[in-house]
Design a protein around this ligand. Structure first.
Ligand code: BG6
Length: 477
């Protein structure tokens, strides 16, 4: 299997999951700093009023990358990464979100970081909003409050101007569609800074989320426009979590049910790429009684700020049955059932390499835009030997089978794929559970869920395997 020349192989992380140093050098508190550690089946708690004594806040520590980035980057360089995806922590730059001036120490940190990537031959791929906003803005309603649009665009403009010669690839909002699970508190909170309010009815929660989504579309479009003015060579993309939803059977009702649910992913691509709201969404708002405040000029802004490419995360697929919708408790997908044809990880994520080719084809056929796979990987429990070595054959097999499908999408289906970055190429704090023990890395980090450990790094078996994949441009899998 040959991948195109210039294919962007690499790894991906997010600031809040690895930097630590949550209150250093002028950084303000972000929404992730007040998320407690959870576990599989135990939700993370949001203590938005502040840090509560005796609780465990893993994102405050990350894996201390803020202080170790040069050494960690050297390991990525050793694997031969062509690119490295991380995010900018908004509250390092604007500690409260609505400050008059940016925090120079924060700007300097990312300047050093991006220079280091270049020095090590890695093209930075930078997410502007990866589940982080200054806590102060969340307390004012997050993205449900229009004020966040101006604050975000100011933040985005500030960093795009500052790094205009260092960063070419930008992503706006990470996995922006997670919040379609509107009643799983962590998603509206991390996507849009919507703090759960026990007084809200389900309809009121949904109203807030839809308003936030509209405001994010406006913020993204303004950012794309500004970015292209700052540097016409910038390539600015959206980021969608692509969990394909299959009908569990060929019963037409299951097929249609899955099709309608897929709109919860496609609606984002439809607006980002086509620059207008699809009719099925406008009909839905009307039918379900949502009134979205769209300011004069918003439609033109959205039309003018369409993305250059689509980026996706891909971990798993899902299956649904129309008959099971009545049993739905408001979490996960209505009518979701287990797919008997595929295995699942210890966290219940269904492993489906073919699904990756399937989504690449569907997205490309729908949008005709290049696609960047900016997250793929498997979370596993791991115990290293005395030398810190982990024989993570299951990870190798997961990554190999998924990369094979990317290769098929390129070679057989003609999909333009820009690159592939392994999620959590170094063990980081899990987003969903806040655990350290849900490990994705090719580099082991000696730390536990409570921050105990030496934080030393060691190479796993997949480290050498991925090095060879990159060195052979995907031929040696
Ligand atoms: C995506 C996110 O949801 O998947 C990452 O963009 C996250 O931030 C990754 O870490 C894996 O999820 P989790 O919950 O296993 O860490």
């Amino acid at each position: 299997m040959k991948f195109p020349d210039g294919f962007l192989w690499g790894g991906a992380v997010a600031a809040h999951q690895l930097e630590g140093a949550w209150n250093e050098d002028g950084r303000g508190p972000s929404i992730c700093d007040v998320l407690t550690g959870g576990a599989h089946g135990v939700p993370r708690e949001i203590t938005a009023d502040g840090v509560e004594e005796g609780k465990n806040y893993p994102n405050q520590r990350g894996i201390n990358y803020y202080h170790t980035f040069r050494r960690d980057d050297a390991l990525f360089q050793e694997m031969g990464f062509k690119c490295f995806r991380t995010s900018i922590s908004w509250s390092r730059i604007f500690p409260n979100g609505d400050d008059e001036e940016p925090n120079e120490a924060g700007l300097q940190f990312y300047e050093k970081l991006f220079e280091d990537y270049h020095a090590k031959g890695m093209e930075p791929v930078v997410t502007l909003s990866h589940f982080e906003m200054p806590l102060n803005l969340a307390k004012q309603g997050g993205f449900a409050n229009r004020k966040a649009v101006d604050c975000f665009v100011r933040f985005a403009t500030t960093v795009m101007e500052r790094y205009k010669d260092l960063v070419k690839y930008w992503l706006t909002f990470n996995e922006v569609n997670n919040q379609m699970e509107m009643h799983t508190e962590i998603f509206p909170y991390t996507n849009s800074g919507i703090i759960p309010d026990p007084n809200d009815t389900p309809h009121e929660v949904e109203q807030k989320v839809w308003q936030a989504i509209h405001n994010e579309f406006v913020a993204s479009a303004l950012t794309v426009r500004k970015g292209h003015e700052i540097n016409p060579d910038f390539r600015i993309g959206c980021m969608i979590a692509m969990v394909p939803i299959y009908p569990a059977t060929c019963n037409p009702d299951d097929v249609m049910h899955a099709e309608v649910l897929m709109r919860d992913r496609y609606l984002f691509g439809d607006v980002y790429v086509n620059g207008e709201y699809p009719r099925y969404l406008l009909n839905r708002w009307k039918r379900e009684g949502f009134t979205i405040k769209r300011e004069p000029g918003d439609d033109e802004i959205i039309k003018a700020g369409t993305v250059d490419f689509i980026s996706i995360s891909y971990y798993m697929s899902a299956a649904v049955e129309a008959d099971k919708v009545d049993e739905w408790d408001g979490h996960g997908l209505p009518g979701q059932v287990k797919n008997p044809f595929i295995a699942a990880t210890d966290w219940g994520w269904q492993i489906d390499p073919v699904g990756l080719r399937y989504v690449l084809c569907s997205l490309y056929e729908r949008y005709r835009k290049p696609i960047f796979v900016v997250e793929n990987g498997i979370g596993m429990y791991e115990t290293p030997d005395a030398d810190g070595y982990v024989a993570d054959d299951a990870r190798i097999s997961y990554l190999r089978s998924h990369i094979e499908q990317v290769g098929k999408a390129i070679a057989l289906d003609g999909v333009e794929v820009m690159g592939y970055t392994v999620w959590g190429c170094i063990d980081v704090i899990s987003f969903g559970t806040g655990e350290m023990k849900k490990r994705y890395g090719m580099i082991y980090v000696d730390a536990d869920d409570y921050g105990k450990g030496s934080y030393l790094r060691s190479r796993k078996k997949s480290f050498e395997w991925y090095r060879q994949v990159i060195a052979s441009n995907g031929e040696t899998l």
